[in-house]
Design a protein around this ligand. Sequence first.
Ligand code: ATP
Ligand code: MG
Length: 151
Amino acid sequence: MNIHEYQAKALFAKYQIPVPNGKVAFNTEEAQAAANGLESAVAVVKAQIHAGGRGKAGGVKLARKKADVTPLAEEILGKILITPQTGPQGKEVKKLLIEEGVDIAKELYVSWVADRASTSIVLIASTEGGWRSKRWPRTPRKRSSSSRSIR
Ligand SMILES: Nc1ncnc2c1ncn2[C@@H]1O[C@H](COP(=O)(O)OP(=O)(O)OP(=O)(O)O)[C@@H](O)[C@H]1O
Ligand SMILES: [Mg+2]
């Protein structure tokens, strides 16, 4: 499914699922203006490409003060990000999500996958995932799935 993080978060917000405040930006001026409009002191500059694993590839940067957003946006916009999901040719960053920095207590990874074998939607939840894990955890203790809930 080709939707960006900012579009997915807008859908979440529409259905009252809490997400950090943020705005899409197509150039550095828009990025700085978006950051200035945020209530939080810390802003996060996030490359919007159709691939995961952006953090490790340099596509997610924390601006500890608002003035840091312009140089970070300059650095990330136009960059070719190569992640395990882009292929070796990478993907060019043409837009950014400028988002409130949040204090993260715990990161959990949840996804819904169309499972052809059971002809149902499978919910997968894990304590491990994202850019810090090299691969999907094999141990059932860290991964839990259910195909009973949604049809
Ligand atoms: N709004 C935020 N506030 C604070 N930290 C953040 C925020 N967004 C992201 N981060 C930090 O940056 C890391 C990378 O961000 P994120 O998980 O969104 O991207 P990614 O893992 O590189 O890409 P993807 O999740 O698409 O694979 C997060 O694990 C988190 O530690
Ligand atoms: Mg992640």
